[in-house]
Design a binder for this molecule. Structure first.
Ligand code: SF4
Length: 372
């Protein structure tokens, strides 16, 4: 297959993007003229989140933390609370940490060099490329899920795109494309490529009739667009049963309840939760699992009362069924053994703390039971 005419593709993309792009709050100014801070925040939010969902979060974020300095000075708990519901909380922790480094080492200005950007927590090849091209108009490539799909279809790639060699090839293609864009249009070219993937070259039903690149697209010309990109077969993700407790100091709904803060690092790091843990094969049942977990995590004895709710949730690499029970504190002073901190709180105070989505659902079930 002949190599695509990248200069022509870049031009078509830029022209299409100028007329068809969605109005989104981070696009208040054209690419190349946006504050690097807002490009950085929007690109991190967009990594695992649809633009429509990210828009509201972005506006609230910029209102609350309008500058790098404001973010650096913020309390991590406030940052996590604002991020609540977006998932992948390491992104929020890394933004906060990186803001502090930018203030300390770069005078509060988001750096315009790849090496300095990549040295910041949470800034990978994609984020660095997005900031350099969209904020600073440098001809640096980007490769997210949307871009991979568009490029794999344009070139009708026959190998699974998750293979490392194919990933490298895709990065090269993305680089050739952005380098072929007219000077000072690198940001528009990259943003156009992502926008095309998000709105026209979609995973299930690409709308090739509306696509500005259709006459150069090898997969579409061969009628194979829905067969691309290929991926390696997936292993099914493991499933765990987990027990969690709403542990009351006394009678349910008439006393305070116990909330624990997860360790700073790792899955859902720094968020608050109704404590509990995974069912092990030696646990006689879920109640025994909950008593053991609470003893290990907080060093207290509890009595398990009635069932409250069951929640199913899928994380990236595993799925859980979360069985939640009311419980009553029996003895022992809580200690932060398997958690960072713990607090006795009134039920109305819980929502002030950043909670994972599963614990927000537990809280909703609690309120429903209280009011029902
Ligand atoms: S022609 Fe179709 S498959 Fe090819 S890039 Fe455009 S939308 Fe995607």
């Amino acid at each position: 297959m002949a190599a695509p005419d990248f200069a022509r593709l870049a031009e078509q993309l830029i022209d299409w993007h100028a007329h068809q792009q969605r109005l989104l709050p981070w696009r208040a100014a054209p690419a190349g003229q946006r504050p690097p801070y807002s490009v950085w925040i929007s690109e991190v939010m967009l990594q695992q989140t649809r633009a429509e969902t990210a828009a509201g979060y972005f506006e609230r974020w910029m209102e609350r933390f309008p500058t790098v300095q404001a973010l650096a000075a913020a309390d991590l708990q406030d940052v996590l609370k604002l991020w609540e519901g977006l998932g992948y909380y390491a992104r929020a922790r890394n933004l906060h940490r990186a803001a502090r480094q930018i203030v300390e080492n770069h005078g509060g200005e988001v750096p315009a060099e790849r090496a300095a950007l990549r040295a910041l927590p949470g800034v990978g090849a994609y984020t660095a490329g997005a900031i350099l091209s969209i904020a600073f108009n440098q001809p640096e490539p980007i490769l997210d899920g949307n871009v991979q799909r568009v490029l794999a279809r344009l070139c009708d790639l026959e190998q699974p795109i998750d293979e490392p060699a194919v990933q490298q090839h895709l990065w090269q293609l993305a680089r050739m494309l952005v380098e072929a864009a007219p000077p000072a249009a690198a940001g528009d070219c990259n943003e156009g490529l992502m926008e095309l993937g998000a709105t026209v070259c979609t995973p299930q039903k690409p709308r090739c009739l509306l696509c500005p690149l259709a006459d150069s697209c090898a997969a579409a010309l061969a009628g194979r667009q829905t067969e691309r990109p290929l991926r390696s077969p997936r292993k099914s993700s493991p499933h765990y049963d987990v027990a969690a407790g709403v542990i009351w100091a006394g009678a349910p709904f008439q006393s305070q309840l116990l909330l624990a803060q997860r360790p700073a690092e790792g899955l859902l790091g720094g968020l608050w939760e109704f404590p509990g843990g995974k069912l092990e094969k030696d646990d006689a049942d879920l109640a025994a699992c909950l008593r053991r977990e609470i003893d290990e995590e907080l060093g207290i004895a509890i009595e398990v009362l009635g069932w409250l709710t069951t929640i199913r949730h899928a994380y990236t690499h595993f799925r859980i069924t979360l069985h939640t029970f009311h419980a009553r504190h029996v003895s022992g002073q809580p200690q932060a053994i398997g958690c960072q901190r713990w607090l006795w709180l009134g039920i109305e105070e819980v929502a002030r703390y950043p909670l994972p989505v599963t614990d927000q659902k537990i809280l909703a079930a609690l309120h429903a039971q209280k009011n029902g």
